[in-house]
Design a protein around this ligand. Structure first.
Ligand code: PHE
Length: 339
């Protein structure tokens, strides 16, 4: 009998297995109600008194060994952080990081919201365009420098196929299809052959607007842009219009807003002028209306165009344009509060 117990002990020593399930099997086999030890105890009752002492010692040795073995195996298991059934379901889950919209999308959506609240619809068009929609229909003379290789990415020459340099091309497509009243904005990506720096990029985003109807005046343009500036930058903002030149508008202007940093007193952001340039605008040149079969005797209109990156830079005081294109999450997640 004693040898039998030694054999059982040897066998138990061999057990080293891994999973919680296997350890439980091991426990049941030795310590369970119908297990080996319970059998041994029943035999123990029957053995002659002179053998009881030695056998009792052996049985206890076995019992102690099995119990200790189970304990070490189980603690090894939780050290290794064994998955499945050892998971503590009462622990709070890992934190979930909510995503953030890209600042360019945030600002584009704000611009769109402001103009749609004034009754403008949204028009979109292709990024790969022909010469007609980007230049000729907009009254660019054949020798205009914007058509030059230095400004425009050409895909094919004769006939010219190119990447649009502004979304005014979309407005040509609208005028082709529709008669006034036209009130539309064209958000989109544009391309210019520029060296990438903190202040310039070869890809950027624009929102351009077009309003054509009877009796549309420069006063309407100014009031629309003032409304836009106040909605975008706050009620205190002031605007000023400086005479400028664009082939497709006459008269043309550039709009500045009062510097949001110094409130117009002058600082290094506005280069001590108190003003920041934000967009180009003007009254649609009658030639452009005629090229697009709109009667320039009956209708007048205004147009404006702005860079979304520029508006975002002014709004968020981000001075390096490249940050908008690198998609570094440490930059992007700062806009989580924006919508
Ligand atoms: N298309 C011009 C640009 O890309 C902006 C503009 C639009 C100016 C409409 C005047 C009128 O810079």
């Amino acid at each position: 009998m004693i040898q039998n117990i030694d054999k059982i002990l040897d066998e138990a020593r061999q057990f080293s297995a891994g999973t919680r399930e296997e350890i439980e099997q091991f426990r049941i086999k030795y310590l369970g109600k119908k297990g080996i030890l319970s059998d041994l105890f029943s035999i123990f009752k029957e053995v002659p008194a002179d053998q009881k002492k030695e056998m009792g010692k052996k049985i206890n040795e076995l019992k102690q060994f099995v119990a200790e073995r189970i304990e070490t195996l189980l603690s090894n298991l939780s050290d290794e952080n064994d998955s499945s059934d050892s998971a503590d379901l009462t622990l709070p889950g890992p934190p979930m990081q909510p995503g953030a919209r890209h600042p360019i999308s945030v600002v584009r959506n704000q611009i769109i919201e402001i103009f749609t609240s004034l009754g403008y619809n949204i028009s979109e068009g292709p990024e790969i365009e022909d010469d007609w929609h980007v230049f000729s229909a907009l009254n660019f003379p054949p020798e205009h420098p914007a058509r030059d290789m230095q400004d425009t990415f050409f895909i094919e020459k004769d006939p010219d196929i190119l990447l649009r340099t502004h979304t005014s091309s979309v407005q040509v497509r609208v005028m082709e299809k529709e008669q006034p009243p036209i009130r539309t904005i064209s958000p989109g990506r544009v391309f210019r052959n520029e060296a990438i720096s903190a202040r310039a990029h070869c890809i950027f985003h624009q929102v351009e607007g077009l309003y054509i109807d009877e009796n549309v005046s420069f006063a309407d343009l100014k009031q629309t842009l003032l409304y836009f500036a106040r909605e975008m930058f706050g009620k205190e903002v002031e605007i000023r219009l400086r005479p400028s030149y664009f082939p497709f508008t006459e008269p043309s202007a550039e709009m500045d807003i009062s510097c949001q940093i110094c409130g117009g007193r002058g600082c290094n952001v506005c280069k001590y002028t108190g003003w920041l340039e934000i967009l180009g605008c003007g009254m649609v040149d009658p030639n452009v209306l005629e090229y697009n079969n709109i009667d320039s005797k009956k209708y007048t209109g205004f147009a404006f165009g702005m860079g979304i990156e520029r508006v975002a830079m002014l709004k968020y005081q981000v001075k390096d344009l490249r940050l908008y294109f690198e998609n570094d999450v440490r930059f992007l997640e700062q806009f989580r509060a924006a919508y």
